[in-house]
Ligand binder design. Structure first.
Ligand code: SF4
Length: 210
């Protein structure tokens, strides 16, 4: 088979059928931006095909890149635990990321997360939009600024609009909260616990909405 050529966006790689299976298979060959070059594999979303609630994170991390699944590393385990406390069944939700390849830089032997650029976020948005159209959730919960800015624009600030349910043309209602990795980065145990409780409160509010 000839090598797949790189393009400027994921749009050129979307399949004709937009069901989750076809999308996930097609995303494996995406060359819509440079990020596929240093990643192990595409990490597509997963969950119930007709979930009422969709969680969107930033990008896969080191463990997600290796496993090929979203939110299976430390931040994912925290998300799982907080979902349980908020009464949300992860198996009944759909979980994905705004960007489907792991962007990283080396530090010694470690691969350190690097924030995707707005160009990379925009290049990957067709996959996220197609997932939203396929799942048709009643609410999208953006976890962190990258996910929020992908859907709500680059000027969106989670710090200012956290927890506010927003109506955006072409999408189901959207609410933004922090990414669970930011809770893990809290400086003290007290800060971490306070941030965790605020996050759970945001999830409870989201669950009530649906
Ligand atoms: S990050 Fe998104 S647009 Fe870029 S290559 Fe990966 S799947 Fe394609």
């Amino acid at each position: 088979m000839p090598p797949v050529q790189q393009r400027n966006s994921a749009l050129d790689f979307l399949p004709q059928r937009h069901d989750l299976h076809s999308l996930g298979e097609a995303a494996k060959d995406c060359r819509g931006c440079d990020l596929y070059r240093n990643a192990t594999q595409t990490v597509f979303g997963e969950g119930r095909p007709s979930s009422v609630i969709m969680f969107v994170g930033e990008q896969p991390g080191d463990q997600e890149d290796m496993a090929g699944q979203p939110f299976v590393g430390p931040a994912g385990r925290l998300l799982d635990a907080c979902m349980v406390e908020a009464g949300i069944d992860r198996k009944a939700a759909y979980v994905t990321n705004a960007v489907k390849h792991f962007k990283w830089e080396p530090r010694g032997k470690r691969r350190i997360h690097k924030k995707p650029s707005m160009r990379e976020i925009a290049a990957c948005r067709p996959w996220l939009t197609a997932e939203i159209e396929a799942v048709k959730p009643r609410l999208i919960v953006c976890l962190g600024s990258t996910a929020a800015q992908s859907l709500l624009g680059p000027s969106f600030r989670v710090t200012k609009n956290r927890g506010r349910i927003m109506d955006v043309a072409g999408y189901p209602p959207i609410v933004a909260t922090v990414h669970p990795s930011s809770i893990l980065r809290a400086q003290t145990d007290d800060d971490r616990e306070r941030e965790r409780q605020l996050f759970i409160a945001d999830l409870v509010a989201a669950a009530r909405h649906v």
